[in-house]
Design a protein around this ligand. Structure first.
Ligand code: UD1
Ligand code: UDP
Length: 364
């Protein structure tokens, strides 16, 4: 049975990889990998194919960047052609990026069932493009694969039939566990002269933080203050780099003595930095989860999160964009006031196995 697996943007690779390999190893399924090309820079795409051990995608759609409508529409036009030629039994999409909703919508209109990996997450913030993608994808999916019980609750409250909901756990953590040794062997700390547990790791790419100059400046002011006490390293997302140019903020970063602005990192190097950071400051979804499993304190530079379990059980705390609040919460962690994390149920490296079982029960 042919199952199309869709990847498009950086966080998709770590989630879909484990399911791809588990399907390939099963006697029932033939996974067919489609890369939409939403992310195309080597450091946002190819490096993850290499690190996760993916083969070349069966189809590369090459859609690239654009406005939301342009990007979503281009994916839809190109992916529909794949569905016509490949006639899969099932399409699996992951996460909440534009490629996710575009491919799900194509499939459902052709009466091909859709499975959504990482279903049910809600930030309840419709200003986030991802929230629209999540709600719409869940509403048209036949198989809703949730990473945590809050996902099941959200879907149930939205009236989704409980027979479609499957709590399988977190596939991104399958990748983290599988690649722990390669990450440990990375020399990235030496490369950037970082001392274990004596640096802060930053990532930032949410439009609400970096496309809005006022918010971006408030966050940069906090970094400027923190780097005087703790070296900071910031692998920068291309969206954010573009805004630094557009808002002429490069000199603000150049003037920080204890601050390293570096390119996006490969998976192993990034995991190593995450594990050995004293603190992670981020607005990423996946990084809130990874820090919970790695038991590294995480401050999320957002007002809300679609991953509340990383707060209730993990090491995460929401700090918003207020300069003083970010500084205060960072100082608490530097003074040893961290919450102790507990790994959520089914974030155990076996999510892909559970997904394959769900697919087998559904299709056979
Ligand atoms: C996308 C996802 C976001 C996810 C993030 C992961 C949507 C709506 N957003 O955001 O949920 O958290 O990926 O990283 O799907 N660019 C490059 N090279 C690339 C890709 C992008 O330079 O390989 C630049 C382009 O200028 C582009 C901008 O980054 O316009 C934004 O890319 P896009 O894919 O639209 O959204 P992200 O911000 O990456
Ligand atoms: N990541 C990486 N290199 C980086 C930044 C992030 O390998 O320079 C990995 C990180 O470990 C996690 C994923 O990318 O597995 C998170 O993706 P991102 O933050 O782009 O997206 P989000 O999770 O916010 O949608």
């Amino acid at each position: 049975m042919k199952i199309i697996l869709v990847v498009g943007a950086r966080p998709n690779f770590m989630k879909v990889g484990p399911v791809y390999f588990a399907l390939r190893d099963s006697e029932y399924f033939q996974p067919y990998l489609v890369h939409t090309g939403q992310h195309y820079d080597k450091k946002l795409s190819q490096v993850f194919f290499d690190h996760l051990g993916f083969p070349e995608p069966d189809r590369y759609l090459g859609v690239g960047s654009g406005t939301h409508a342009e990007q979503t529409a281009k994916v839809m036009v190109e992916f529909e052609k794949v569905l016509f030629s490949e006639k899969p039994e099932l399409v699996m999409v992951a996460g909440d990026v534009n490629s996710t909703i575009a491919c799900a919508l194509d499939a459902v209109k052709l009466h091909i069932p859709v499975a959504h990996l990482e279903a049910g997450l809600r930030s309840f913030d419709s200003d986030m493009p991802e929230e629209i993608n999540r709600i719409l994808t869940d509403s048209i999916s036949e198989i809703l694969l949730t990473p945590s019980p809050d996902g099941d609750d959200n879907l149930t409250k939205e009236g989704i039939d409980s027979r479609k909901i499957f709590f399988v756990g977190n596939a991104m953590i399958d990748s983290l566990k599988k690649h722990e040794i390669e990450a440990e062997n990375s020399n990235v700390l030496e490369k950037f002269a970082l001392e274990k547990k004596n640096f802060g790791l930053i990532t930032l790419h949410r439009p609400s933080n970096v496309d809005n100059k006022e918010n971006f400046l408030k966050i940069i002011n906090a970094f400027d203050h923190i780097q005087k006490q703790l070296p900071l390293v910031f692998p920068i997302h291309p969206r954010t780099l573009n805004r630094i140019d557009e808002f002429s903020l490069k000199s603000r970063f150049d003037n920080m003595q204890n601050f390293k602005l570096i390119e996006p990192q490969g998976y192993f190097d990034f995991l190593k930095m995450e594990k050995y950071a004293k603190i992670v400051l981020t607005d990423s979804g996946g990084i809130q989860e990874e820090t919970t499993v790695l038991d590294v304190p995480c401050l999320t530079i957002r007002e809300n999160t679609e991953r509340p379990i990383t707060i209730t059980q993990g090491t995460n705390k929401l700090v918003g964009t207020d300069t003083e609040k970010i500084i205060l919460e960072t100082e608490k962690i530097l003074n040893g006031e961290n919450s102790v994390g507990k790994t959520p149920e089914f974030w155990d490296g076996k999510t892909a196995e559970r997904v394959v079982k769900v697919f087998k029960d559904y299709l056979t």
